[in-house]
Design a protein around this ligand. Structure first.
Ligand SMILES: NC(=O)c1ccc[n+]([C@@H]2O[C@H](COP(=O)([O-])OP(=O)(O)OC[C@H]3O[C@@H](n4cnc5c(N)ncnc54)[C@H](OP(=O)(O)O)[C@@H]3O)[C@@H](O)[C@H]2O)c1
Length: 365
């Protein structure tokens, strides 16, 4: 059987974009036709060289017009979070390319009516679809808990926690996020704006919609923990007594009670007061109700025995594996609920025969 193939462009090759680019090169159902980069050192490089794979013949370009003129089915749009992306997303959609974006515009919701209208108009002009997804928002806080709710008799409250130790899993934004600041100063001026939940609101609303409910309001809270000693991390050092941990909590209320709570526990090591979480970085879904449920999502164990934080590569892959479904969807903004169960293609690729010899299999059928 010949599988339908899809022509794809990778937009930006940071951590997220590189994971998607590697997938596009390796997945036989997807044909890489273009790569857009901003870094002048990457312009003209073969896409394979950018991600440590054999040459592909596709050279990275910094020419936006060349990308817009390409004949492609889909763009995975993963530029830096520092750039408001709506104009470019709309140009790509209007040029006849479906767009999957972990970078925004945030999954359209009631807080962003103008952006939603613009994206819808661009989809109509190009006969294309737009899908926003990533690990969170876009998977761990929406489709995952909604799917897990099928294992429940009654749901009282859904809690989704992102737990990251930023010493073990260094991130360049550590200082920008206020680690090392005076705790009272950070509490008075949080680096993650109290409005940020609006970008994640679609995920909360998607759970509520899936459960046939509506969110009445969202409340937000921030608490910080202090470093008990000087803590070194890859991008600097945090002094004892300053902010070493942050816990953002956003609660979506329904019928007068919390229905969905998102926690973000970001900690620098474990010498913190208080220490909220221990162990490997993970996404954790807890559903209170009957019967209570807990599910932890973390990277598979490495040879060093650790479970790495894979949130960034997962963000690229959850978008890349949706390419066939988004290309085949009717024009417009497409949510997880619109998509139903996505059927990723081209993932089963045998790499030589298995060395494992157990016992002869019996063959049926
Ligand atoms: N939804 C989610 O769960 C989720 C999770 C993680 C990240 N994200 C989003 O995914 C996007 C990519 O994340 P990342 O971690 O890969 O980011 P990153 O490592 O900072 O890379 C972003 C890439 O964007 C390009 N770039 C650099 N400066 C730029 C500028 N001024 N304007 C436009 N592009 C620029 C560069 O591409 P080249 O190197 O190719 O030139 C850079 O490598 C971000 O917008 C982030 O917010 C979403």
């Amino acid at each position: 059987m010949t599988e339908k193939t899809y022509r794809v462009i990778q937009w930006a090759t940071g951590t997220v974009g590189s994971a998607a680019l590697k997938h596009f090169i390796e997945n036989p159902v997807l044909e890489l036709v273009g790569v857009y980069v901003t870094n002048p050192d990457k312009v003209g490089k073969d896409a394979g060289d950018l991600v440590g794979l054999p040459k592909t013949g596709v050279l990275a370009t910094g020419d936006v017009d060349a990308i817009l003129a390409m004949d492609a089915d889909c763009v995975l749009f993963a530029p830096s979070m520092m750039t408001p992306p709506i104009d470019m997303v709309c140009r790509l959609l209007a040029s006849g390319k479906n767009v999957i974006s972990p970078a925004g515009p945030f999954l359209p919701n009631k807080w962003f009516p103008e952006e939603t209208a613009r994206v819808e108009a661009a989809c109509a002009a190009g006969g294309t679809s737009f899908h926003g997804c990533g690990i969170h928002p876009g998977f761990a806080g929406d489709i995952l808990p909604l799917t897990l709710a099928r294992l429940m008799n009654r749901v009282d409250c859904i809690e989704v926690s992102e737990v990251i130790d930023k010493v073990r899993n260094p991130m360049i934004y550590t200082e920008i996020m206020g680690f090392g600041m005076d705790p009272d100063e950070l509490l008075a001026n949080p680096r993650r704006s109290p409005e940020t939940y609006k970008a994640f609101y679609s995920s909360m609303a998607m759970i509520a919609e899936g459960l046939g409910k509506e969110i009445e309001k969202v409340t937000v809270r921030l608490e910080v923990s202090r470093a008990l000693k000087d803590i070194k991390h890859l991008y600097g050092e945090v002094k004892a007594g300053t902010v070493g941990g942050q816990h953002y909590e956003w609660t979506a209320w329904c019928e007068g009670a919390p229905l969905i709570v998102y926690h973000f526990y970001w900690q620098l090591g474990e010498d913190l007061d208080p220490l909220w979480e221990q162990g490997e970085a993970r996404y954790r879904v807890r559903i209170a109700g009957d019967p209570p449920l807990e599910c932890n999502l973390l990277g598979g164990q490495d040879s060093d025995g650790r479970n790495p934080f894979l949130g960034l590569p997962w963000t690229g892959l959850v978008g890349a594996t949706a390419v066939p479904a988004i290309c085949d969807a009717p024009p417009g903004v497409v949510s997880h609920i619109d998509l139903g169960v996505v059927q990723p293609r081209g993932l089963v690729r045998r790499q030589g025969s298995s060395e494992l010899a157990l016992m002869p299999w019996s063959v049926h059928g």
